[in-house]
Design a protein around this ligand. Structure first.
Ligand code: 16G
Ligand code: ZN
Length: 543
């Protein structure tokens, strides 16, 4: 076939470096940008096949999120704006590593019974990395080699591209597949929501945003005029001087538990940080003693789910709210949600696709990883009930207000994936409506002190887990040891899991004091080292 000849010809321009193996994992493909050209071309081919296979538009986002500027990567986006189906992740890995490209390509076509005369459409976007322009061109080359149509959105955040894909495939029902459409939908909903905040002062309209020197900063700037001064953003780490993700951004703030560099914090004021592709957000402030307070994904999920539950009750709608977390969620947040808020809490495996999937089972579900990636999903039936109620002329004022707030909430949220911009607008609207300060939000519950450690082992697959990664089933004796160590401390919890992104085992521990959490984390690390084949020096105590 002429198509395959074209692929063969073009692939010569995108040679695979010998001996390189890549893996399409939870975060897509990710490595040093020098090694990615061939993989990008090939993922252009794969996206075209996926488009023919689903008879819908597929997205390809070129980004390495919170990784350093030298890295790059790619994520494929399925028709409803969600992450690509797991079966195809396997094809992505095979194709990226194939020495005989055509054989693997034909194999996928045969296995999925793809009709090669079916039209294909692929949306492509990229972040601000210096390598992104060249690499997204390689994706576009891949699409055209298989006669696919492509639309290059250029510089966009990851969630913006997810949004475009969903808009395109739902024929405008979700919104218009343009940046202007995205800003208009979200900002109009935000302005409608904040109209309900009667005593909002000018001070409460101010927010400082750390753009991680990345794409999020550019896009916040682009959005500003749509906000009509209802939110006044002071942007720092906007990319004009600093390096992408370097000592700034959501990942830095969460992992280091300290403010980003690049500005001075004023006590009591509200700050937030995006990550390098703006699909994560965390909030923070310092108190009058200079103490740093972080409001992570768990605090965000609590704020959002509480707001939604209250509104649904006021609206008299019998819809269940659930929160989906991972094992990393602070025990205090889970306790508060289950016992005080009385919402359903589910624990999913680490990785956005697992949370998203678990959230799809409920009427209204808030999902968040502690690291700040998350969003809210409404089932189709829930959306319909809310819209019907909002249009019902025979309801009282309280119900009407709640129904309209819920309707605007649906519109401010990007349901395809965690979106720092959309999450920020929703959080700001909730704080405004509730007249809540960041300190009051923080005081809803107190985080249990916790510690995360890494252990190097010969083969991290020696650790196998169950129960959403909360219990180890191998190596033998591992879980019993963890259990007996946990029993020594108060309010303690600990688990171990192999990392999906690094060649290490991760250890998490929490307890009533920082000393206890640190000691427990160290003792569990030692157990991993001894039972799961640790390499290098034995883990040392933290104090
Ligand atoms: C990936 C995941 C992120 C998860 C992290 C865990 C996506 C898009 N990203 O970055 O959600 O928190 O991996 O890394 O799913 P780990 O397995 O090394 O702990
Ligand atoms: Zn990201």
């Amino acid at each position: 076939m002429a198509q395959f000849q074209e692929v063969e010809k073009q692939s010569i321009m995108h040679p695979k470096p010998p001996g390189l193996t890549l893996h399409y994992g939870t975060a897509g493909l990710r490595t040093n940008a020098k090694h990615l050209d061939h993989a990008m071309f090939r993922m252009g081919l794969l996206a075209t096949l996926r488009s023919k296979n689903t008879k819908a538009t597929i997205g390809v986002m070129v980004t390495a999120s919170h990784n350093p500027e030298e890295d790059n990567g790619l994520k494929l986006i399925d028709p409803m704006g969600e992450m690509m189906a797991p079966a195809w992740e396997h094809y992505a890995t095979q194709l990226a590593n194939a020495d005989d490209l055509l054989t693997v390509l034909k194999d996928i076509i045969e296995k999925e019974a793809i009709n090669m005369s079916q039209e294909a459409n692929v949306f492509v976007g990229k972040d601000t990395r210096s390598s992104s322009a060249r690499l997204s061109q390689a994706v576009l080359d891949g699409v055209s080699a298989l006669d696919g149509h492509s639309k290059d959105y250029g510089l966009v955040t990851t969630p913006q591209l997810h949004y475009m894909v969903r808009c395109q495939n739902t024929k405008g029902k979700y919104g218009e597949a343009t940046l202007d459409g995205y800003y208009s939908k979200l900002c109009q909903a935000f302005i409608q929501l904040t109209k309900n905040a009667s005593n909002r002062t000018d001070d409460q309209k101010l927010l400082s945003v750390d753009g991680a020197n990345g794409i999020g900063a550019l896009k916040v700037r682009e959005m500003e005029s749509h906000l009509k001064k209802e939110l006044q953003i002071s942007l720092f780490n906007d990319g004009s001087q600093g390096k992408l993700n370097y000592q700034c951004g959501a990942d830095f703030v969460k992992v280091q538990q300290k403010p980003p560099t690049g500005f001075k914090m004023n006590p009591g004021e509200r700050y937030c940080s995006f990550d390098g592709d703006a699909d994560r957000i965390v909030y923070y402030y310092t108190d009058s003693e200079g103490q740093f307070h972080l409001l992570d994904g768990d605090k965000i999920a609590t704020l959002m789910s509480t707001f939604l539950k209250e509104l649904l009750e006021q609206a008299g709608l019998n819809l269940k709210v659930a929160v989906v977390q991972t094992a990393y969620a602070n025990g205090s947040s889970t306790h508060y949600l289950e016992n005080t808020m009385k919402v359903i809490v589910r624990c999913a495996k680490t990785g956005v696709k697992h949370l998203h999937h678990a959230a799809q089972e409920f009427d209204v579900a808030v999902y968040f990883e502690s690291n700040g990636h998350g969003t809210v999903l409404f089932s189709e039936a829930a959306e319909e009930k809310i819209c019907q109620l909002a249009e019902d002329p025979n309801i009282n004022d309280e119900k009407k207000r709640a129904a309209l707030l819920l309707q605007n909430t649906i519109n401010v949220i990007n349901q395809t994936v965690g979106d720092a911009i959309s999450d920020m607008l929703f959080i700001e609207a909730i704080l405004a409506i509730k007249g809540m300060s960041v300190q009051q939000w923080d005081a809803v519950y107190a985080d249990l002190p916790n510690r995360q450690l890494k252990v190097k082992v010969a083969d991290r697959r020696a650790i196998d887990t169950t129960d959403a990664e909360r219990r180890a089933v191998s190596p033998p004796g591992m879980q019993d040891t963890v259990d007996s160590l946990v029993n020594k401390y108060k309010q303690a919890r600990s688990f171990v899991r192999p990392s999906g992104t690094e060649d290490i085992v991760r250890v998490y521990a929490e307890a009533d004091t920082q000393e206890s959490a640190d000691a427990l984390a160290h003792e569990v690390s030692l157990a991993v080292y001894r039972l799961a084949g640790g390499v290098g020096e034995e883990p040392k105590p933290l104090h």
